[in-house]
Structure formats: structure tokens, C-alpha cells
Design a protein around this ligand. Structure first.
Ligand SMILES: [Zn+2]
Length: 309
């Protein structure tokens, strides 16, 4: 392929989703500039790109840089890459800004990743549980975690199929250095499909409700390199602490105070070394498989370091 033809091909890829243009058209424009007007190829390419931007009514940042590539979630390891993804919407979250139309979690067989869809990009709504072919999305990175952004050039096509979402399993070996608030004996909203944790007897969505007791731990585990947030559900908490939900309720009843449960658990687990395996959801690892370790010789050091964070 000639140089000009290659450039024409690239430009065509950038615009083929937006306007009806052939590679030949693009090549002809480039050739005219290069051959007749002796414009350097880079400048010719810029000029032709601008021409099509105008024709398509797009801004430069709206078009992908040299065609996007179909990738799997696990391959995303750089920001500002234009990619295509086939993924399922695992969950939608409440956008915290008016500039965001939708935000949530996407997944494919290799893992999960957060996505953001801008309000101004005017794209169709994604549905929870549906599978989409997403072309022209841009990767982003914040504090070492990757996400993808849907923009005005993104092409969304719903697929009539289901895909198995990979667990993105993590294995962490380290000291459990902290337990976060919201751990221990908690109450959840009893409304169907809600299960939000109540704050002072109130659900964020449903107001004052008669909560249902549950056990959970939100822990921070330091593997010596990173601090990981790990969630233990009721079963995992019971396994970890040997304390059942019933025993925890009795304990709280006797003390007339639910925080005694968290205090007890804190005493029991903070400073202990574990190997934890489980799926990753957003920034959390769900503890599926937990094994207590003897701990390395420098466990004390880890704790000192963790306290200084
Ligand atoms: Zn609720």
C-alpha cells in the first residue's frame, strides 16, 4: 500500500461511522494536495481531516486517532486509547454529576470495568443486563484504576446474546490492617431489591424502615505494595470470626449496643495475616476463599506503615 493510500485508509476509518465517504475520495483529496500543491503529507492529512470534520460537524477530539481496536477488558492498561468492547452492563450507579448521563460497571469474560457516558454525547440508554457492542470508547485511568468513557462518536449496538462475565479474580496475601465503618452487625433495608445499609435506621432510598440484621466486614488488607478493600459477606464473616449472626445479635442485645460486635471483630482480626481470594467488583474484592497465615516476620512493620498512611 502506498503512503498516501495508507493515510487515506486511516482517515477513512476515523470517519466511516459518521459520513458516507470512500477511501478513494479521501485518497483523491490527499493526492491533489500532495502532487499538485506540493503540500507535505502530514499537512495534507491534517487539512483533509479538517475538511471531513467540518462535513461531519465534529470536533477533533470526537474522532478516534487512527481507528479503534477490539480489546478485552483485561487488556485495558493504558489511558487515552480508542477501543471497541463487547460487554454486558452488570450494574448502573447513580451519576453524581449532571454532566454524566450514565455510570456503571461493564463486564466481559476477562473482567469488569467502570464506564461513564457523558450527558452531552446524546447516546441511547444502556440497560442493566444487556450486552452491547461498543465502538469508539476511550480508556481513562484514575489512581491506577481503569475505566472507559462513551463519547459522542461512540457507536452502541445492542446484541441479542448473553455473555459470561469473568470474575476478574484477585488473590491478596497480606495483613488485615484496618476495618472500616459499616462493619460488624449492620441493618439493611428490607424492601425488595434494595438491601442498602441503614444509617441511623434510615434507608437512603426508602427513609425510615424496620431493618434486617446482617453481618459484614469492610476491611483493608495491605499486601506490602497496595492496600486493598475487601468485603466479607455474612458467610465469610462468620467463617472468619467464628461468630454467627445469632450470636452477634445476642451480644448486641446484652450490651444494648450493636457496636460491641464490630469492636469484638476488630480485636479478633486486625493485625492478622491472610490469603484472600475472590472476585473484584469496582474497587472491592469480595472475600470468597480466606486462609489465615502465620504472617511474615515483618508483620509489625506492615502495621506501622499502614498506620502512617
Ligand atoms: Zn431501601
Amino acid at each position: 500500500m502506498s503512503d498516501v493510500r495508507q493515510h487515506a485508509d486511516d482517515i477513512h476509518d476515523q470517519f466511516s461511522d459518521h459520513i458516507d465517504v470512500s477511501v478513494d475520495d479521501v485518497e483523491e483529496r490527499l493526492t491533489t494536495l500532495v502532487d499538485e500543491y506540493k503540500v507535505p503529507i502530514d499537512e495534507a492529512r491534517r487539512s483533509v481531516t479538517n475538511h471531513y470534520l467540518e462535513e461531519a460537524g465534529l470536533e477533533r477530539e470526537d474522532i478516534s486517532q487512527g481507528g479503534s481496536e477490539e480489546v478485552n477488558v483485561e487488556d485495558i492498561d493504558k489511558p487515552e486509547q480508542w477501543i471497541d468492547l463487547t460487554a454486558k452492563v452488570i450494574e448502573l450507579w447513580d451519576p453524581r454529576s449532571d454532566s454524566v448521563a450514565q455510570v456503571g460497571l461493564l463486564g466481559d469474560p476477562t473482567g469488569t470495568i467502570k464506564f461513564t457516558k457523558w450527558a452531552k454525547s446524546d447516546l441511547p440508554s444502556l440497560e442493566e443486563g444487556a450486552v452491547y457492542d461498543l465502538r469508539n470508547v476511550v480508556t481513562d485511568e484514575y489512581q491506577g484504576r481503569y475505566s472507559v468513557k462513551l463519547n459522542s462518536t461512540t457507536v452502541i449496538e445492542e446484541l441479542d446474546e448473553d455473555i459470561e462475565v469473568g470474575d476478574d479474580t484477585s488473590e491478596i496475601e497480606g495483613a488485615l490492617v484496618d476495618m472500616q465503618s459499616g462493619s460488624g452487625l449492620i441493618k439493611r433495608c428490607p424492601k425488595e431489591d434494595c438491601t442498602r445499609v441503614l444509617q441511623n435506621g434510615r434507608c437512603n432510598e426508602h427513609g425510615e424502615v424496620e431493618g434486617e440484621f446482617d453481618l459484614r466486614i469492610k476491611a483493608v488488607v495491605d499486601d506490602g505494595i497496595d492496600a486493598h478493600e475487601v468485603i466479607f459477606d455474612k458467610e465469610a464473616t462468620e467463617d472468619l470470626t467464628g461468630l454467627s449472626l445469632e450470636e452477634a445479635k445476642d451480644m448486641a442485645m446484652d450490651a444494648l449496643d450493636t457496636t460491641i460486635v464490630a469492636d469484638e471483630i476488630h480485636e479478633d482480626i486486625v493485625g492478622t495475616y491472610y490469603r484472600i481470594e475472590g472476585p473484584t467488583f469496582g474497587r472491592y474484592v469480595l472475600a470468597d476463599d480466606v486462609e489465615e497465615l502465620d504472617g511474615p516476620a515483618d508483620a509489625e512493620q506492615l502495621l506501622i506503615r499502614a498506620r502512617s498512611m
